[in-house]
Design a protein around this ligand. Structure first.
Ligand code: HEM
Length: 197
């Protein structure tokens, strides 16, 4: 069973918003598995990975709206985007702008956060792959800020799950839509023919 499918199946016994978002995006998880099936095999994979997460991080950092300031006060990551930009610059990864999803709301934005917060779970494994790449490629040594940052606070995932599950049941659809938008951004950059890394 692919890694992401296993995580989705494990969560399907719950009934909270997280479980609903997981189930609804299970197919997208599988599609991501297929695009990076064994993690970061080489420098090309690492550049693709960083280039695919950059537009998602940009959307989440800049997609807030004045009528839902809780994004900044309750769940902002003020460093993630800077780390990612620095790694992309160090590895000369193309940073072509991607259109951010419209009609955002607090639950929609939190759904988008699910994609990047969840990716931090897998990032612990990817950090080991990047460490191996750094032995072969000197430029990778100075380009591991993002992975270092998102793996530096393991309890963050638990805090995020509590925030997502605190949404009213009626917001599950908007959260799922945000997660779908987030996955679509990543997928469009990772897929063959996506923006060059
Ligand atoms: C490319 C961008 C990626 C995104 C957006 C992403 C997204 C996610 C999300 C949302 C989760 C949380 C699932 C849940 O518990 O509901 C997750 C978990 C995970 N991902 Fe990924 N992922 C990505 C790449 C990868 C890669 C390349 C690998 C390794 C081959 C990987 C390995 C994992 C692992 C090991 C987990 C934890 C599964 C568990 O809880 O047992 N991910 N990922």
């Amino acid at each position: 069973m692919p890694i992401h499918t296993a995580a989705a199946a494990r969560g399907s016994a719950d009934r909270g918003v997280l479980a609903q978002v997981r189930l609804a995006t299970r197919g997208t998880h599988d599609a991501l598995d297929a695009l990076l099936p064994v993690g970061l095999r080489d420098l090309h994979d690492y550049r693709r990975y960083l280039g695919a997460l950059l537009p998602l991080a940009e959307w989440l950092a800049h997609g807030d709206r004045p009528d839902w300031p809780r994004a900044k006060t309750d769940w902002d990551d003020g460093q993630r985007l800077d780390c990612l930009r620095a790694d992309c610059a160090a590895l000369d990864v193309a940073t072509t702008p991607t259109a951010a999803p419209s009609s955002a709301s607090w639950p929609h934005w939190l759904g988008g956060c699910y994609v990047i917060e969840g990716s931090a779970l897998g990032a612990r494994l990817l950090s080991r792959h990047a460490a191996g790449l750094a032995e072969e490629h000197a430029e990778v040594r100075g380009a591991r800020r993002f992975l270092g940052h998102i793996t530096s606070d393991p309890p963050r995932w638990g805090r995020f799950v509590r925030l997502l599950d605190a949404l009213p049941e009626g917001d599950a659809g908007a959260a799922t839509s945000g997660a779908r938008d987030g996955f679509a951004i990543v997928h469009s950059r990772l897929a063959p023919g996506g923006a060059p890394a």
